[in-house]
Design a protein. Structure first.
Length: 140
């Protein structure tokens, strides 16, 4: 992931955290209103049913806000999991390429060793030939 993509992702996460903070404030406010409605004695049945309706609406808005927050968190966790999975895949691919590079290096080293062994054999043969020529010259 490029630096710019990471910066964009960070901005998105910060924005979501800000929204969650606002939702939590709204939830706390709704819970406080609900608590107040439940603690305040009703003056009449109509007022009581109105308060009950208002309390029910507050519970609904709290539930809605909590669901939204939970969904965003879940979406973020899924995205983090997918990024982690992608990172693991890239790491595996990198390690596989390192293994391939080592195998190539090993093959080249073996070929180099064989070449050097052949060169040594040729030098040994040349030295033996020179020694035989020297013996021939000394005999004459």
């Amino acid at each position: 992931m490029s630096r710019r993509e990471l910066e964009v992702e960070l901005e998105e996460v910060e924005r979501r955290e800000g929204e969650e903070g606002e939702e939590f404030e709204a939830i706390e406010g709704a819970q406080a209103r609900e608590q107040e409605l439940q603690e305040t004695p009703s003056r009449s049945d109509a007022e009581g049913s109105s308060r009950a309706s208002s309390a029910e609406k507050n519970r609904g808005s709290i539930a809605h806000a909590l669901c939204g927050t939970a969904k965003r968190r879940l979406d973020l966790e899924v995205k983090q999991y997918q990024e982690g999975k992608r990172l693991k895949t890239l790491q595996v691919e990198y390690l596989q390429s390192q293994i391939n590079n080592l195998e190539v290096t090993k093959t080249l080293a073996l070929m180099d060793a064989k070449i050097k062994a052949e060169e040594l054999k040729l030098k040994e043969i040349a030295a033996q030939k020179a020694a035989m020529e020297l013996e021939d010259m000394q005999r004459r």
